[in-house]
Design a protein around this ligand. Structure first.
Ligand SMILES: Cc1cc2nc3c(=O)[nH]c(=O)nc-3n(C[C@H](O)[C@H](O)[C@H](O)COP(=O)(O)OP(=O)(O)OC[C@H]3O[C@@H](n4cnc5c(N)ncnc54)[C@H](O)[C@@H]3O)c2cc1C
Length: 380
């Protein structure tokens, strides 16, 4: 694949056909798809290093989607960003840590010669006629289209409880450190369960609070709605110790009293712990510099056309886990990668290029443009 499609390297002052912001899996994957289009002038800017989010993951955090090199038989590694690559092959592990996955992304970006300018933060975006003028820490970049791929990790979400500043978010190293007394985790989805199991495995008593009881089965077959097999196995082991309690009581308020943190719960009861409780309550989209260029859905996520384009700013595309189409959630790599080649194809057409080389992505099962097929439930 490399060498068949030549890409032109951006030069200072030129107007790109496409600028990708962020070099995580969404940015790197979309850039590789753009690189398949002959003569398309594009580049990627990244405020840290390639895969910066994964460099920032706590040391104990691992992927929950397994990697396995099934690529040759139509079952591309779930964590790949291109069908000719596999983290399981590159790394020799099935559940990569953040540092390992960052190594995979860097290897892939180098292999496909993705033009990434690291250490370059986007601080704002202006429009000059039909062109985006992107303000970066290294000066302005002009581009006809923009792919926003800055993920969610830099926007940790805390629960709406009073005193939520007393919580350590799951994205911090502190949340994984050994804690004094009973560990309280607010939020029982994947991250909450992973942390709960982590602390039970290290000998702590753990209480998990979540009114939505994500640990219940019978939530359909979409892994965005139900716990992964790996987490379920760990949850069963943690439950068997007798040191894990799961509760559907929502937290209303947190306060400190005499060396303890007291949580007031919805039913009038309280729980207390000598160490800071943990918030495993997810993330919000990191769209700040372009926030006004997207209309928002009632759930606060960017509203998109069927081409993952802003409904109010033509030429601005979103890639990554914040992509939603009605109730379809694209929060895993194996989901949002299905849109890399679609977005690249729309950009190719808009900028007068041939999108047909991207059919190779479809042939390899990595291009979904008919979204009606994604909601299938497993029969058994
Ligand atoms: C704890 C945890 C576990 C997860 N486990 C899995 C899993 O098992 N399987 C799975 O598929 N997914 C998993 N995910 C989700 C997955 O990690 C994310 O969906 C994925 O990282 C999103 O990729 P992205 O490229 O959109 O964003 P990121 O990987 O966050 O990349 C965004 C990049 O944009 C850069 N950036 C941000 N703002 C700017 C700016 N203004 N200017 C320039 N650059 C900027 C950042 O430095 C970063 O490198 C997990 C997430 C978390 C938090």
């Amino acid at each position: 694949m490399i060498g068949r499609h030549m890409q032109r390297t951006p030069t200072p002052g030129s107007t790109l056909d496409a600028l990708v912001v962020g070099a995580g899996p969404a940015g790197v994957g979309t850039a590789i798809a753009l690189g398949a289009v002959d003569d398309l002038l594009f580049g990627v800017v990244e405020r840290g290093d390639i895969g910066q989010t994964f460099h920032d993951w706590p040391t104990h955090q691992r992927f929950l989607t397994p990697s396995f090199t099934g690529n040759g038989f139509g079952a591309t590694d779930l964590n790949s960003v291109h069908f000719a690559t596999s983290p399981a092959y590159t790394l020799g592990v099935d559940y990569p840590t953040g540092a390992q996955y960052a190594r995979y992304l860097t290897t892939v970006a180098r292999h496909f010669r993705v033009p990434v300018m690291t250490g370059t933060e986007v601080t704002g975006v202006d429009r000059d006629d039909e062109v985006f003028v992107v303000r970066t820490s290294r000066g302005p970049v002009r581009a006809r289209t923009l792919v926003w791929a800055t993920g969610e990790y830099s926007r940790p979400r805390l629960p709406k409880a009073v005193g939520s500043g007393l919580l350590d978010h799951s994205s911090t190293e502190a949340a994984w450190a050994l804690r004094e007394g009973r560990v309280i985790v607010v939020g029982g989805n994947e991250s909450g369960m992973e942390l709960a199991c982590h602390h039970v495995e290290r000998g702590s008593d753990v209480l998990v609070l979540d009114p939505d009881t994500p640990w219940d089965s019978g939530r359909g077959s979409d892994p965005s709605q139900r716990l992964s097999p790996r987490t379920r196995i760990r949850l069963a082991e943690a439950t068997a110790t007798g040191r894990l309690e799961l509760s559907d009581r929502p937290v209303r308020r947190l306060r400190t009293t005499a060396g303890s943190i007291v949580l007031s719960l919805d039913d009038g009861s309280t729980e207390s712990t000598p160490s800071r409780p943990i918030a495993a309550t997810g993330y919000s989209p990191a769209i700040d510099p372009v926030g006004s260029l997207f209309a928002l859905r009632p759930d606060g996520l960017p509203e998109l056309t069927e081409d993952d384009e802003s409904t109010i700013t033509p030429g601005l595309f979103l890639a990554g886990p914040s992509v939603r189409h009605q109730s379809l959630v694209f929060c895993f790599v194996y989901k949002f990668r299905q849109r890399f080649a679609h977005v690249a194809g729309v950009i190719a057409e808009r900028t007068g290029h041939d999108r047909s080389p991207l059919e190779e992505w479809r042939e390899n099962g990595m291009l979904t443009d008919d979204l009606s097929c994604c909601g299938i439930e497993c029969a058994c």
